[in-house]
Design a protein around this ligand. Structure first.
Ligand SMILES: O=c1[nH]cnc2c1ncn2[C@H]1C[C@H](O)[C@@H](CO)O1
Ligand SMILES: [Zn+2]
Length: 387
């Protein structure tokens, strides 16, 4: 009689990574278009400034152009995606495809962000932009369901930090609360644009008991994180990867956290970490050197995110594949990141809990038990094979 022993480290295969239930908190709608859709929308809307009109070449162009090592140059690539997202139909289509693509990649819950103020050039109002994107997400959820995938998508409304519309966008987010919008964000070039310029928006949202995240600690370090938390009151940090600057690792392996890093860990402030994006903008040199390894070890509330799937040629599964390779992560690690993300989402507590207990944990339990049912030589072969 033979007995099979459970694998010690259940290193997931690519297929398991894709099927594992994943939670995404930081993904830009205008950073995730399919290259083929950009080409078609440009043709339909008469946008003639695309650098390539062959979808494959265009996909490569985005990734290479975003590979510049600077956040400012990375952000320049968005002029092309934003340009083709100026009509109702285009917004519905892009949002629907976003939900479908995420669902096919095994994402069960996503918060997808975009800046309504960037989609007004075709004459839409802010409200029309939000309603078109919401309609697209609902349509995408329906299509995904008919393809056998379950996903829920909430929108985050972003205000651009170099502009002066943050309060207006915060009010918009509040108006569409419970109608598809789950929170607020500010994005754009970080250096020279401190989040404290938008205090009125953050104070308004706090008075309304609403939720917001702030891009901070990506291109700029600790002062930006400190302002986002202690002046603005952010619930989460978009990136926040530079918190590593407040952590000392000594030669003997001991670790010392500064006051800000301690605060972030003690208060369980979620870090929306985006490894591939950080490699492109110069915030990290390699996956293996990415601070996510240390932050996970130190039990920060770390989450894994895509940021911009088009610019980084990535997906949630690819991000996890890189991390599995760099850090030897297992299905248990993937579950830890996914539960962290779900706990940190902006939907009501009872829904978060149900997602964790009824979707995420059973999904990982199923994957973790697959080894039990695999046919091996000893169970499928003859008695002679078994020796
Ligand atoms: O990683 C980012 N950091 C700061 N801003 C960003 C990042 N990725 C995208 N954005 C900007 C460009 C988009 O047009 C805008 C809204 O999604 O947000
Ligand atoms: Zn971002």
């Amino acid at each position: 009689m033979t007995s099979q022993t459970a694998p010690k480290a259940n290193t997931p295969s690519s297929d398991q990574i894709r099927r594992a239930p994943k939670v995404l908190l930081h993904d830009h709608l205008d950073g995730g278009l399919r290259p083929g859709t950009i080409v078609e929308l440009a043709r339909e809307t008469g946008y003639s400034r695309l650098p390539e009109t062959d979808p494959d070449k265009l996909g490569v162009w985005f990734r290479e152009a975003a590979d510049s090592g600077s956040l400012e140059r990375y952000l320049e690539t968005f002029s092309h995606t934003v340009a083709v997202m100026q009509t109702r139909d285009a917004l519905v289509r892009v949002a629907a495809e976003c939900a479908v693509d995420l669902a096919e990649d095994g994402v069960v819950y996503a918060e997808v962000r975009y800046a309504p103020e960037q989609h007004l050039e075709g004459g839409l109002s802010l409200e029309e932009v939000v309603e078109a994107v919401n309609e697209g997400f609902r349509e995408g959820e329906r299509i995904a369901r008919s393809n056998g995938h379950r996903i829920r998508v909430g929108a985050l409304l972003t205000a651009m930090r170099h502009a002066a519309r943050a309060l207006e966008i915060a009010e918009l987010a509040n108006r569409y609360r419970d109608l598809g919008v789950v929170g607020f964000d500010i994005a754009g070039a970080e250096a020279g644009h401190p989040p404290t310029r938008h205090l009125d928006a953050f104070e308004y949202l706090k008075r309304e008991n609403n939720h917001f995240t702030i891009h901070a600690g990506e291109a700029f370090g600790l002062p930006s994180i400190w302002q986002a938390l202690q002046w603005c009151g952010a619930d989460r940090l978009g990136h926040g990867v530079r918190i590593i600057d407040d952590i000392q690792v000594h030669a003997d392996g001991s670790v010392k956290l500064g006051r800000l890093a301690s605060y972030v860990r003690d208060k369980r402030i979620p870090l929306e970490l985006c490894p591939s994006s950080n490699l492109q903008t110069g915030a990290a040199d390699s996956y293996a050197a990415h601070p996510i390894g240390l932050l996970r070890r130190l039990h920060f509330r770390a989450t894994v995110n895509t940021d911009n799937r088009l610019m980084s040629n990535t997906s949630m599964s690819r991000e996890f594949e890189h991390l599995v390779e760099a850090f030897g992560y297992t299905l248990d690690d993937m579950q830890w990141f996914s539960v962290n993300a779900m706990k940190s989402s902006f939907i009501p507590f009872d829904e978060r809990l149900a997602m964790i207990n009824d979707v995420i944990k059973p999904g990982y339990a199923e994957l973790k038990s697959e080894w039990l049912f695999q046919q091996t030589a000893s169970t499928s072969g003859s008695a002679a094979d078994a020796g």
